[in-house]
Design a protein around this ligand. Structure first.
Ligand code: ADP
Ligand code: MG
Length: 710
């Protein structure tokens, strides 16, 4: 039968039901899917050498005739060894295969083959170990070239996959080109068919790189097209135009006990200008912990409420929502009556004037009596109706999961009669290039400086022998009335994906492993019973119920506990100005940006604060990396370094960002990301609905489905 792109894989010769199931599990159902199953690296066996020129350790291909072959059994190691002797016109060589008894009949003495493998040393002479082979007059699928390496398991080996994909290559010509000619030309990209052939079986290293660049470009380009079409859709909605009232803002600033930083002024200005437009803002305000995002957002809330529109201030936890409520009622006291500012969480409903019942507060919101309401997602769950919602602030937006975030957007559209302006805030500094790659539907404001007079946090790597001294130091701090955070190390679950499978996804901070919880429980016990029996040591971990977490944080804030042991999923954003020591166990397991976040939990009050890093494996390499954080206090600079060292997974697990898995693109390739963005802008400038590019349009539609997990 003749194969085509849509032939089910079960009809492809050599794919039995076991292979079919294994392939199905990887999402491969049709011949076409096999072609789109790309290798992630290559073994270079393109160098063909004479036997006499072989050197120990090199990966080579030889062309030689099989002179003899025999089986040996190693009972001790329970292994079947096949030994062959081959020769070419320069000499002869022994070849050794392990546990492949079928080779005894598969290889024929007297025939000439290409063998590709690594040159080893065995029994006093050079041998070729476990080489792949094929007859010298066959095409180079498994030997003698840049050999594609796929993600393997026991069944689906690269060798097997090559054998199945190679015969399908001619079908690649039938795959329609997704990228418009104008894009291919502008960015000097290979065509799709050629790229698919070259990515599996490259004719040269150069072509391999070109094909990978082209395939990576397509992924990034689709993301950019998607994001920019989202942006256009968002901006097509009407929103209240909030006039810029300079005097009002000046009056507000005068009342503050401090002067805004330059970065705060700039961000506030960008935001009020957005509010002044007749379509909704969608902006991300990014700034290190303590950079003063709240006051910037309060300026915007003031401007909006002053025009009679309502503002919702959403926080991921109850403690934070209450903290914001307190801040807002203080700094906005001169501008609104006490009944106009409120807080709504699962367990707390109040205005700045008095406690309310849930029903009463909901009613006041509906009537428009409340102008600014701080709260958790309880606000969304309760289906509260607003009178005239004009502005939504989402604090610590990265703490809301992907699903929560897309729900949020839907809800926001429901509760408001028109689409409100939207300001998201995040304390995770995302390097510029990465933000460009995955947040280009948002406008970005950055607070890249801390308010003046913030004291420097003293950061030290603590060698194991100094652990006792460190505990004594901590004891003296607690005796002075200070408080301590202890963060337990990350523990990878055995079944979490390996770095090789998803190189861009190293650790999903929203997920907590069982062992991690156990480690924290144990640490708390040790500290409480063995090290600090005279103090109260609290425990917080991500598997606890929200209510319990809140209570533990409240107890800590109220100084009922002096030391708080926590897993890495520590509550963010909560201000504990009295905490002066951040102790991080297993510090080498964290990214620099993450460590920096932890460090930002202390140094918020007037006391000198400290960050102590303890290593679980005291390697020199870890030390070198961590030195960056000892020396550097700039979250963005650390984030850039992290991106280089550890890849983008630190900032955005794809699961967190909601992006579909990228197989080819590297989110730190800023050049290609820029190209993709430019390309998307070009295409949109030629017509917003992609009318002239039907194939691309279809591709984008299926891509969007992946985005929404349909
Ligand atoms: P974050 O950006 O982490 O949300 P906050 O908004 O909670 O930071 O601000 C942290 C602290 O810094 C608050 O106590 C706030 O009052 C204070 N603050 C904000 N801006 C300034 C400034 N320009 N100068 C001095 N203190 C400031
Ligand atoms: Mg904050």
């Amino acid at each position: 039968m003749t194969l085509n792109l849509n032939t089910p894989i079960s009809l492809i010769p050599g794919i039995g039901y076991r292979y079919k199931d294994a392939l199905n599990q990887r999402g491969i159902h049709k011949a076409k899917d096999l072609l789109f199953y790309f290798p992630f690296r290559y073994d270079d066996f393109s160098e063909i050498k004479k036997i006499k020129d072989l050197r120990l350790g090199e990966k080579v291909t030889i062309e030689a005739t099989l002179k003899g072959i025999q089986k040996k059994e190693s009972f001790r190691r329970r292994m079947v060894i096949i030994e062959g002797v081959v020769s070419d016109d320069s000499g002869s060589l022994k070849i050794v295969w392990f546990n492949q008894p079928y080779l005894l009949t598969a290889l024929q003495t007297g025939k000439t083959y290409r063998f590709s493998g690594k040159v080893d040393f065995n029994g006093g002479m050079l041998v070729l170990g476990n080489p792949s082979f094929e007859k010298n007059d066959n095409p180079t699928v498994n030997t003698g070239s840049l050999l594609p390496i796929y993600h393997e398991d026991r069944l689906l080996t690269s060798r097997w996959l090559r054998g199945k994909i190679f015969p399908l290559l001619s079908l690649a010509d039938k795959i329609p080109e997704t990228l418009p000619q104008i894009i291919l030309k502008k960015f000097s990209l290979l065509g799709l068919s050629e790229s698919i052939k070259e990515v599996h079986f490259p004719s040269s290293a150069e072509k391999r790189d070109q094909s990978r660049r082209r395939l990576a470009f397509e992924e990034l380009f689709l993301i950019q097209l998607y994001l920019s079409s989202q942006k256009l859709k968002w901006q097509a909605n009407p929103a209240p135009e909030i006039p810029i009232k300079i005097d009002l803002i000046k009056k507000f600033l005068k009342k503050l006990p401090f002067k805004l930083t330059y970065a705060q002024r700039k961000a506030a200005w960008e935001i009020v200008q957005d509010l002044n437009k007749n379509y909704p803002m969608n902006r991300l305000l990014e700034g290190d912990v303590g950079s003063g995002k709240t006051v910037v957002s309060a300026i915007a809330a003031l401007a909006v409420a002053n025009e009679g529109f309502q503002t919702v201030f959403l926080a991921p936890t109850e403690i934070l929502a209450i903290q914001h409520f307190k801040t807002l009622k203080k700094i906005l006291a001169d501008f609104f009556s006490k009944e106009e500012i409120g807080v709504f969480t699962r367990s707390k409903q109040e205005t700045a004037k008095k406690k309310e019942t849930k029903e009463a507060l909901i009613k006041k919101i509906k009537q428009g009596k409340i102008k600014i309401i701080s709260g958790t997602h309880a606000i969304l769950q309760e289906n509260i109706q607003f009178n005239n919602l004009g502005f939504v602030i989402i604090d610590e937006q990265h703490r809301f999961g992907v699903e929560q975030r897309s729900n949020l957007q839907k809800k926001i559209k429901e509760i408001g009669k028109s689409i409100p302006h939207l300001l998201s805030m995040s304390a995770t500094p995302i390097p510029r290039t990465l933000a460009l790659a995955v947040y280009s539907d948002l406008d970005l404001s950055i607070l890249n400086e801390l308010p003046m007079g913030r004291q420097k946090i003293i950061t030290r790597i603590i060698p194991p022998v100094k652990r006792g001294d460190m505990y004594e130091f901590i004891r003296s701090e607690v005796k002075k009335g200070r408080q301590i955070f202890v963060i337990c190390p990350l523990v990878e679950d055995k079944n979490t994906v390996t770095e090789e499978v998803y190189p861009f996804l190293t650790h999903d901070y929203t997920k907590l492993s069982e062992q991690e919880v156990k480690a924290a429980v144990k640490e708390q016990e040790i500290l409480q019973t063995k090290v600090f029996p005279e103090f109260k040591v609290g425990l917080l971990h991500g598997r606890m119920k929200g209510k319990d977490k809140e209570k533990i944080m409240m107890d800590f804030k109220a100084k009922k506990t002096q030391i708080l042991v926590s897993t890495s999923v520590v509550e963010v954003g909560v201000d504990i100005p009295n905490a002066t020591v951040m102790l991080i166990e297993g510090a080498e397991r964290f990214g620099l940006a993450q460590l920096h976040q932890f460090r930002g939990r202390v140094g918020r009050g007037k006391h000198q604060s400290y960050c102590f890093l303890l290593l679980s494996e005291g390697s020199i390499k870890a030390n070198q990396r961590l030195n960056a954080i000892v020396k550097c206090e700039d979250g963005f600079a650390l984030a850039e370094q992290d991106l280089k060292i550890r890849g983008p997974g630190e900032f955005i697990g794809t699961r967190q960002s909601g992006l579909p898995d990228l197989t080819m693109a590297n989110l730190s390739d800023s050049e290609l990301i820029k190209n993709a963005k430019e390309g998307a802008e070009l295409i949109h400038s030629l017509g917003k609905d992609l009318g002239s590019f039907p194939i691309l349009k279809k591709r984008l539609e299926s891509f969007e489905k992946e985005f929404h997990g349909e």
